[in-house]
Design a protein around this ligand. Sequence first.
Ligand code: HEM
Length: 246
Amino acid sequence: MLEIPAQIWQKTKTSYIWRSLFRHGYPDSRKNQSLAVFTNVFLHLHPVKVRRHALAIPYTWCMGGLSFFLFLILTLTGTLLMFYYHPSVDGVYNAYGDIKDLETVVVFGQLLRNMHRWAAHGMVITVFLHMIRVFYTGSYKPPREFNWVIGTLLFFFTILLSYTGYLLPWDQLAFWAVTVGYEIARATPVIGDEFAFVAFGGFQLGPNALLRFYVLHVVGLPLLTGFLIAIHFWRIRKDGGITGPL
Ligand code: HEM
């Protein structure tokens, strides 16, 4: 049988492992640069090529990108906040007490809470400005009308995320602000009481409403929003990238 010299065997083995991970050469040519993006699970989410105008801040105001950035910050800080927060109205560990502890005794708690709050306010503003930019540049026109519809849903879910999060500190501000929402829901024609009952979990604002808002805030709405953002980005690519200045 043919003996493979140790040196060559070693080299073949290394290049085998290398090639099992990276199926392209060093990204120093256009082809290898494209392959580096195509064959990487994270990089392939971004288009291989973008037009120069797509990166022009005066055109996009970068508001879509900033909205996504804030969504990621919110997911990260929100997950960390979940380690401390109990969606409960009484007992030793309760929502109001947990937020007070975060503000006063938890190390970096105040920073964490404020990052989450400010990013939430910021996201409402950036998503709104992004919508204004898309309208202003006429980018809602065919073939992008479907993405405009996805966008309006994203705007709606951003507001809902903000609203459900507002109740979670369970302080006076939260309680009475959401009571206003409850009364508005009750004023829905014909099905007002039933709608308010389902949305808030009872005939008045109490523990059920807190739990319901918590589950929507940390699971339902972020998942839906993340899913819609993925469709939004995929659609931008299928529509030939973003529009450009005429
Ligand atoms: C979570 C919310 C949202 C995120 C993260 C997001 C993200 C983005 C990003 C990154 C772009 C690429 C261009 C740019 O940055 O301007 C974009 C484009 C676009 N977005 Fe959004 N978006 C959101 C909400 C919305 C809303 C509320 C609307 C409209 C109702 C909308 C409609 C569009 C349309 C039509 C485009 C294509 C624009 C063009 O071709 O010039 N998006 N979005």
